[in-house]
Design a protein around this ligand. Sequence first.
Ligand code: GN1
Ligand code: MG
Length: 356
Amino acid sequence: MEKIAQYFAIEGYVTDVRPLGNGLINDTYLVSASEGKRYVLQRINHAIFKDVDLLQRNIAYVTAHIRAKLTASGETDVDRKVLRLISLKDSQSTYYTDGKSYWRMSAFIEDSVTVETVTPESSYCAGKAFGEFQAMLVDIKEQIGETIPDFHNMELRARQLRDAVAKDPVGRCSEPEIRQFLSEIDHHIEEMCKAERLYREGVLPKRICHCDTKVSNMLFDKDGSVLCVIDLDTLMPSFIFSDVGDFLRTAANHVAEDCPEIDKVGFNMDIFSSFIKGYLESAASFLTEVEKENIPYAAALFPFMQAVRFLTDYINGDTYYKIAYPEHNLVRTRNQMALFRSVLSHWDQMKAIVSE
Ligand code: GN1
Ligand code: MG
């Protein structure tokens, strides 16, 4: 890895490389260099992100666009508010490949922290930050492609679950608990595919979204404000529900997405209301009525979709998400289904908060 890091245009030479973060898809390392600068080196999961060229182009376009906007608005701390890709020493390319693995590097953002839980204050800041992020991208001219086609398409996720059940490659579908989950999912599947229907009817737009706004993909400053959103692989056209929903799925859950103590799982309405306040303040300029009135739906959709994805992976024999123990994906499914039920129980309250 030291050798790979040296291919990038870093200042000085590499003095240390160590694992960083807890992403479920890519492998991430923190690189220290002799001139005191630090960098993030990532091996891109090429089995999942098949078009690395498109992926890196998306990130380059979006970060350049945001950088220009921040600079124009007089921002003085631009380097801590948007990622900076480091290109190779001997070319303009923003990734290195040996034909098997794909690597990229960005500048490490100093004095930033990641958190697993948020306070209502930082949730408000996160809401504002996502609204601003989407608002800044409303006028981007470059074509941003889908790095994973139909990534947050609930109809596709439902189909993938059905396919997994039909194949049942490791014989997990006969477990009574799995049968129960499948029937509960079936009960809600039609209402949860609402976004695709609204899109087909032409009343719901796609916008450039981050599509992986879980709390651990945000860098916070020491005072709790949001510095920057990281993990930009899934930047793509999607419904705004993606960013609202995935943030709430992780931030408003009382526990982590893989906490096995299911009785502790629940949806925190203080986090919901402060996030929505921040988000509606900064996104008001472009949101439509249909988008706004479906915010409670977004809050329900994401735990549901994530449960479907974890369950699909469990049935498939754990081929997609990194797992730390054999039942990890099952525990994650239990957790996300419990969160989904908790969100549904707050429906009227959520509607009241949004309209207020
Ligand atoms: C994955 O890469 P990471 O760990 O930030 C996944 C998300 C899921 C999340 C669940 C490309 O995100 O969609 O919501 O795990 N990313 C991809 O923790 O599938
Ligand atoms: Mg991540």
